[in-house]
Ligand binder design. Structure first.
Ligand code: PLP
Length: 406
């Protein structure tokens, strides 16, 4: 099993560069195996994964129980399409609702699709329930957001790299500064259907809004009959030390998008969760996906949720997140402007004169730690939620010299 790949790192990179579209700039490490918080490259070097596939492998790489669920279901029945029913879907819905306290689920595959679907629900709700005149629904989003890469989603991105040359853009979106509840109140009109927000902006640079922000936007949305959509695709399912990041503020959104760790990294599985009177606006035929809600996805997601709960990963994240943040803060690096985050979603922002986060991530790689820069100056530390204190100590020993380098 260790010798599936015969080519060297350089040969494999050359193939990627020659035949693949160049829409990523990965670290030059070619991975072939993973287990828990660890991954191995094709040369046999071991690394601690401090990115967790952007929080898709919260449960750790190749979790044996999830892997078994995937294999078992693959042996039985991978796909039916929603033209027929399958014996996993109803159980998956119920278990997801029981765990999260929402009333209904709309199953999709990727995060981008979940967000697109939530926006479609919000528009339809705006016309059918709120009574917004046809074609005039507005959706408010925040500067610095990340919602995925479809044309509609990049239409409300404020990041030129994600947006430029992909127009014409989908109309109907308004951008306001993140973390500014007053700006939300000023932007709401009688035509506003929804406000979509990440409780902590992940791709935006691990940006934590001011305390009480989510509570304020919840109150404003309620007051003005605007749906609150929380995009918890990255923050959700334990990453911040609670099941949802919104739980830190005791806030219940009208719709929540989840993805990434919903499958423990085995398979693209996403969903919109919501209230019955909101998600209930969809009628047969109005929305769909060939793979959405397929039995393989459902079986994998069911087991991914179970291990999250039964192995106390959320509680571990709260404790280990505090510990890792402490260890990072006490390194006293002259390069570091700020250590911030919640749970195991941690950003170390470097001063502009530090020369960018990329060179630090490359140095970390050579010390056995895989982390990725987010925006130019922030290193993200987001290991799998199963990380132990000893493993954090191991990492801190290697991170410190890198943060102290010239
Ligand atoms: C990753 C992410 C998405 C998009 O998910 P994909 O599966 O890559 O389409 C959407 N929203 C947030 C907050 C994310 O972090």
């Amino acid at each position: 099993m260790d010798n599936l790949v015969q080519l060297t790192t350089d040969e494999l990179i050359a193939l990627e560069e020659r035949y693949g579209a160049h829409n990523y700039h990965p670290l030059d490490v070619v991975l072939s195996r993973g287990e828990g918080v660890w991954v191995w490259d094709v040369e046999g070097n071991r690394y601690m994964d401090c990115l967790s596939a952007y929080s898709a492998v919260n449960q750790g790489h190749a979790h044996p129980r999830i892997r078994q669920a995937l294999v078992d279901q693959a042996m039985r029945l991978p796909l039916t399409s929603r033209a027929f029913r399958n014996d996993q879907l109803g159980l998956y819905y119920k278990e997801l609702c029981d765990l999260t306290g929402f009333e209904m689920v709309l199953p999709m595959n990727t995060g981008a699709e979940a967000v697109e679907s939530a926006l479609k629900v919000a528009r339809k709700w705006g016309y059918q329930v709120k009574g917004i005149p046809d074609g005039q629904a507005e959706i408010i989003a925040c500067e610095g957001n990340f919602a995925g890469r479809t044309i509609t989603l990049v239409s409300f991105s404020s990041e030129p790299l994600y947006r430029d040359d992909f127009g014409p853009y989908t109309p109907g979106f308004k951008l306001i500064p993140y973390g500014d509840a007053k700006a939300l109140e000023a932007a709401i009109t009688p035509h506003t259907a929804a406000f979509i927000v990440e409780p902590i902006q992940g791709e935006g640079g691990v940006i934590v809004p001011p305390a009480g922000y989510m509570k304020k936007v919840r109150d404003l949305c309620t007051k003005h009959n605007v749906l609150l959509i929380a995009d918890e695709i990255q923050t959700g399912l334990g990453r911040t030390g609670k099941l949802f990041a919104c739980d830190h503020d005791g806030v219940r959104p009208d719709l929540v998008t989840v993805g990434k760790a919903l499958s423990g990294g085995f398979y693209p599985v996403s969903a919109v969760l919501g209230r019955r009177d909101v998600l209930g606006v969809f009628k047969p035929g109005e929305h769909g996906s060939t793979f959405g809600g397929n039995p393989l996805a459902c079986a994998v997601a069911r087991e991914s949720l179970r291990v999250l709960v039964e192995e106390n990963m959320v509680e571990n994240t709260a404790r280990m997140g505090d510990y890792l943040q402490e260890r990072l803060a006490e390194m006293n690096s002259p390069h570091v402007k700020e250590v911030r985050g919640k749970g195991l979603m941690i950003g170390v922002e470097l001063k502009p004169e530090a020369g960018g986060a990329r060179r630090f991530c490359e140095a970390l790689q050579h010390s056995g730690i895989l982390a990725k820069e987010t925006h130019v100056n922030t290193i993200r530390f987001a290991p799998p939620l199963i990380i132990s204190k000893a493993e954090i100590d191991w990492a801190a020993e290697r991170i410190q010299p890198v943060l102290l380098m010239k």
